[in-house]
Design a binder for this molecule. Structure first.
Ligand code: SF4
Ligand code: SF4
Length: 325
């Protein structure tokens, strides 16, 4: 029986649109994603669901939340009204223009009850955003008293040795820190190998035959793990950090039915092997002899189903799958 209840710790995705297109992005965010931003009614609806599941604090992520600053302020104010604490807002600093403007924005956020930012810094981000912008937001945080933590600080030490006014590709990163440095990011970042991360690091993962993969993979019980959950701007609860899969807010706390959630309930009860059997009944056939992980195979099957517009409720947001077309 698959049921998602007792939400512990998680975040709200205000938008999927992003100024960066990081190679490790779990959510396939980027400039090509819709500029949709979480509307006020959805913010209030999500907070109500969170409270019903015992959760009273969240972090904010994206996409890049600062790309719609008035939307972000509205979000923070609704959180105050609803009694939901915001632990921190994740940002890639790309929106930084100058010190004074950034100070004004941070002061508005402080007034709205936000007192901490997570500043993303990594070679993935530095491919699209010069470190100068990160340094600018950091300086404005110090001016305003906004708390900050760097994710991940050890990368800052490395990137600070490069030209802060320039972006640097992973090839340039390899030239500066050794040819193994990009590959080592997989371990140093503790990446979840789904979404774009899987595409970026595919060549470094060991392929397994289709039959071996199916026979050795167990049920996907991570799907009900609520220790680090995300809910997006459309009201999709993303189970088990399995991006492209979704549970409707109104179904949190209840047993998920096979009729409404055939993919999720099959993965939860019978794993990837069960999904392949079920998907073959829908006309899918494996496209390759080898796969680097069950999640690669799962994505292939879901892509097939999403192209047939089978299950909009649990294969969402549809835009996630555009990455593979
Ligand atoms: S990891 Fe963050 S900054 Fe990078 S593309 Fe994804 S949402 Fe944007
Ligand atoms: S196989 Fe699918 S459901 Fe299971 S962990 Fe991978 S992406 Fe998630």
């Amino acid at each position: 029986m698959m049921k998602i209840s007792g939400l512990y710790s998680g975040g709200v995705i205000t938008n999927y649109h992003c100024s960066s297109r990081c190679g490790h992005c779990l959510y396939n965010c980027g400039p090509e994603r819709s500029a949709d931003y979480i509307p006020g009614f959805m913010t209030a609806k999500i907070f109500s669901s969170l409270k019903a599941q015992g959760c009273r604090s969240i972090h904010v992520g994206g996409g890049e939340p600062f790309l719609n600053f008035s939307g972000l302020l509205d979000f923070a104010r609704i959180a105050q009204e609803c009694g939901i604490a915001i632990e921190y807002i994740e940002t890639n600093s790309s929106w930084y223009k100058d010190h004074d403007e950034t100070v004004v924005k941070l002061e508005k956020l402080l007034d709205a009850g936000i007192n901490c930012l997570l500043l993303s810094v990594s070679p993935f981000h530095n491919e699209y955003i010069p470190l100068r912008k990160f340094n600018g937001v950091l300086a404005a945080c110090r001016t305003t008293g906004m708390q900050v933590f760097l994710w991940i600080s050890e990368f800052y030490q490395e990137l600070a040795t490069l030209d802060a006014d320039e972006k640097h590709s992973l090839q340039e990163y390899a030239q500066a820190f050794g040819s193994d440095a990009p590959g080592a990011l997989m371990r140093r970042y503790s990446l979840t190998m789904r979404g774009r991360a899987l595409e970026t690091f595919r060549d470094q993962l060991r392929p397994q035959s289709y039959d071996d993969l199916c026979s050795t993979s167990g049920p996907c019980r991570n799907l009900t793990d609520t220790s680090h959950f995300h809910i997006d701007l459309y009201g999709n609860y993303i189970p088990g950090l399995c991006t492209g899969l979704a549970v409707a807010l109104e179904d949190l706390g209840d047993e998920l039915t096979v009729d409404k959630y055939p993919v999720l309930t099959t993965l939860y009860e019978h794993g990837i092997r069960g999904l392949t059997v079920w998907a073959e009944g829908q006309g899918w056939r494996p496209q390759k002899a080898d796969y680097v992980s069950k999640c690669e195979l799962c994505t292939e099957i879901r892509l097939y189903l999403s192209n047939r517009d089978f299950f909009p409720v649990e294969l969402a947001p549809a835009e996630f799958y555009n990455e593979y077309s």
